[in-house]
Design a protein around this ligand. Structure first.
Ligand code: ZN
Length: 377
């Protein structure tokens, strides 16, 4: 026989809660269903009744012929008394309503079994991360064009021009406005010791810029003349360029030739090619715009373009080393206007360079899609 009726179930539930501790073996709990065997209940309640009721005793109960009837009457009564006595709220003179509700059981001190199976902390963290990503995605959709920041003393807006580089850094192909992108960004932020918000804000963008800048060419020295080779005019965007302006550091030129041969072989780029698989003279993409520049030549360029700015024609340029190449990637060859760079970063050739140039030893200058530096020794 089991007590299944409502009142007893409630009362038994409370007793059961109380019994979760030392000596709790008095009641059987079958997977939290709160079913208690009648025999055990009656044994124990007899003691309770005997203790609480002066007119009764365990002995007198045993002597009674109508024992079962009495049990039916006293069991709920005694259990109600027990519940009242052991209720922590009532015991301390507090109203039940003043107790906070936990796990759906008002005033309970121990969580009911059903409540123990609630969402574990890990699942809760997971759900909070998911909601963070949901919030981060629309923030990124807005910041990609709106984030205000500065570089080279110049006010910048958004980071959409750097999305191919950002995707490479985060190792994701997902759109910058997606939750998957925010998730990849979160992982990168964790690895970089940043707050893992999934939002590409100024702090994260500056950290990315530092990472890209940190991978650039360290060498600044002039090459010795023996280390310079003069590349053929056909390698250049301007094929009328004079010989002294077609010089390239020897290893850099070898790496460039390998890079170009690989790009030409990649038919998805659709580069015009000669019979032997070389870049056709008519093809503009990947042609060299500028390579080695002497200090004198750099100074001449600065005089001719006084408004080029610090990011444009630097006083100390990596082109002095012969290891920096400006390559044609579309649009106006070396124009830093956002509209021009927006066009360049969308070309297949630029995006191919972002994915592949590192294999040949070339690293980008993130701000100028055309400028690549050979960093291998
Ligand atoms: Zn350059």
């Amino acid at each position: 026989m089991r007590y299944r009726w409502c009142g007893a179930k409630t009362v038994l539930g409370r007793v059961e809660e109380f019994s979760e501790g030392p000596g709790s073996s008095t009641y059987t709990n079958e997977r939290g269903s709160r079913r208690v065997t009648a025999a055990r209940v009656s044994d124990n309640l007899r003691l309770v009744v005997a203790t609480l009721s002066p007119g009764f005793s365990a002995q007198s109960l045993q002597m009674n012929d109508s024992r079962n009837h009495l049990e039916v009457f006293f069991v709920p009564l005694a259990m109600c008394l027990m519940a009242a006595l052991f209720d922590p709220g009532l015991a301390h003179g507090q109203s039940r309503a003043s107790k906070p509700v936990r796990g759906g059981t008002a005033g309970s001190r121990v969580r009911p079994t059903s409540s123990v199976r609630e969402k574990p902390a890990e699942a809760s963290r997971e759900s909070s991360l998911t909601s963070d990503l949901r919030l981060a995605a629309p923030r990124n959709a807005s910041l990609r064009r709106e984030l205000g920041w500065t570089f080279g003393g110049k006010q910048q807006r958004g980071w959409h021009l750097y999305e191919p580089l950002i995707s490479g850094l985060l190792q994701t192909e997902h759109d910058a406005a997606s939750e998957a992108f925010a998730a990849a960004l979160t992982s990168w932020q964790k690895r970089s010791g940043l707050r893992p918000s999934g939002v590409l804000d100024e702090e994260s963008l500056n950290a990315m810029v530092s990472e890209w800048q940190g991978k650039r060419l360290k060498a600044q020295g002039y090459p010795v003349p023996e280390d310079l080779v003069t590349a053929p005019a056909s390698d250049f965007y301007d094929q009328t360029r004079a010989g002294d302006l077609r010089q390239v550091e020897r290893k850099t030129y070898a790496a460039y030739q390998l890079l170009v041969a690989t790009a030409v072989a990649d038919r998805s780029l659709g580069l015009a090619r000669k019979a032997k698989g070389e870049l056709a003279p008519t093809e503009k993409y990947l042609k060299i715009i500028s390579a080695f520049r002497s200090r004198e030549y750099q100074e001449k360029l600065r005089r001719e373009s006084p408004n080029a700015g610090r990011a444009g024609l630097a006083i100390s340029s990596p082109h002095f080393t012969g290891r920096a190449l400006d390559l044609y990637v579309g649009g106006e060859p070396v124009e830093t206007k956002d509209s021009n760079r927006a066009l360049q970063v969308q070309t297949r050739v630029y995006q191919w360079l972002v994915r592949n140039a590192d294999r040949f030893g070339f690293r980008p200058y993130y701000y100028e899609p055309w400028h690549w530096e050979y960093v291998n020794k």
